[in-house]
Design a protein around this ligand. Structure first.
Ligand code: ZN
Ligand code: ZN
Length: 409
């Protein structure tokens, strides 16, 4: 036999012989296997360790992958080319199979190549095991019941994001809608962190009412997948309504896949104006004129941090005079993505046309600028996620500035 002549003195373990369908002298001591030096024989303790590590995770399916020292791959290649055999599976996939089989037997879970709940990486180089649970995506709504709570966390102003005692080593402000939802979900899913896709934003002094503002969130590295006690299969997180003094989270639902399309949405909001001390009182006829002028019209909105404008529709603006013209409430129905303060005051022409010609003698209440009464997703038109940063300039474009640590106007 040709190979016997070429490869005299080479011994292989039974796994390496099986893999290439070879008949060699079997290594008495697996460590003397020419290719793997005993690695394949020693997989059992590694599999056992994987099974122990997996006990922390709730999962139905898994995928195992191994990394192998280059020297072993080189010897496998060299042997195969000397024997002129086209190998079927390489040593890596053989390891994956051996590990998968054992994990499957011991846990009763199944192998999934396209969308496993957990991915197991076994490094044969340093015998390290890494478990990567797949992120969970959820949709939900929040209502905001108090003023003075920003939607998003900003970088901690003590440590600027490095993490310190003040920010609970998160590097971000801990008092925000984002932080509160994050806390809730991290506990619920024993997860590491949350990444949000917001459908618009509001002023920190705004309330959010109605059925709440929708959001999508990615929960990363979850140890639990159902969000409830123990393993179960329900997709809905039934128990997952959360209520505190400040916010309420409703309609939390686990999504089948990651969010790549962000829907268009419409809002209904109430804006609060107060007459400046020396300002003249608005006439009722002017409010009528506004209502007529801004009935189903398109306005152009210049996006912050971009040299681009988008068209948004205003369906209706109704004004109500209170306290003999000392204050005015404007109720606006419009597309998401119109900065409301700029719509009313018209600073810097971000929104055109705007209401500045009517409200020169009024200012927006600082502590109570506007409230979001309702946010409704539009079912038909879908928007690419790539364009969703436009939402930064949403109901309140100043928020995008506050992300960078600068202040409100
Ligand atoms: Zn071997
Ligand atoms: Zn800090």
């Amino acid at each position: 036999m040709k190979s016997a002549v070429l490869l005299q003195g080479i011994v292989l373990c039974k796994f390496c012989q099986q893999r290439d369908g070879l008949k060699f002298e079997t290594a008495l001591d697996p460590d003397s296997c020419y290719v793997c030096k005993g690695m394949l024989t020693a997989l059992k303790p590694l599999a056992d360790e994987i099974i122990i590590r997996l006990k922390e995770y709730e999962f139905e399916s898994f995928l195992a992958g191994a990394s192998v020292p280059q020297s072993i791959l080189d010897r496998e290649d060299e042997l195969r080319s000397r024997l002129k055999i086209k190998g079927r599976d390489g040593i890596k996939s053989q390891i994956n199979k051996i590990l998968s089989k054992r994990v499957k037997q011991r846990t009763g879970k199944s192998v999934n190549y396209s969308r496993p709940d957990v991915t197991i990486l076994a490094s044969m180089v340093d015998r390290q095991i890494t478990i990567n649970p797949r992120s969970i995506w959820l949709s939900g709504n929040y209502t905001k019941l108090v003023r003075g709570l920003p939607q998003r966390s900003s970088a901690c102003n003590i440590c600027s994001g490095l993490g310190c005692a003040q920010c609970d080593f998160r590097g971000k402000s801990v008092v925000s809608v984002q932080a509160k939802i994050t806390d809730f979900l991290i506990k619920k899913f024993c997860a590491e962190s949350c990444n949000f896709v917001w459908l618009g934003s509001e002023d920190e002094n705004s309330l959010v009412g109605g059925s709440g503002r929708p959001f999508f969130v990615e929960v990363t590295r979850p140890k639990k997948r159902s969000g409830m006690e123990g393993p179960q299969v329900s997709r809905r997180v039934k128990a997952a309504t959360f209520r505190s003094k400040e916010i309420q989270i409703k309609n939390l639902e686990i999504l089948d896949r990651r969010v790549t399309n962000v829907p268009q949405f419409g809002i209904r909001a109430r804006i609060y104006l107060r007459r400046k001390p020396e300002g003249k009182t608005i006439e009722i006829s002017e409010l009528d004129a506004i209502r007529e002028r801004f009935s189903t019209v398109l306005v152009s909105v210049r996006l912050s941090r971009k040299f681009r404008t988008v068209q948004r529709e205003i369906q209706e603006i109704r004004g109500k005079v209170l306290h003999e013209g000392e204050s005015i409430e404007l109720e606006v129905r419009c597309d998401g993505g119109i900065p409301l303060k700029k719509l009313v005051l018209g600073q810097d022409g971000t929104v055109e046309p705007n209401l500045s010609q009517y409200f020169g003698s009024y200012e927006i209440e600082r502590d109570e600028p506007f409230d979001i009464l309702e946010v409704k997703i539009k079912p038909s038109r879908l928007q690419r996620l790539g364009a969703s940063h436009e939402n930064e300039a949403d109901d309140e474009s100043d928020l995008s500035k506050s992300d960078n640590g600068s202040q409100y106007d």
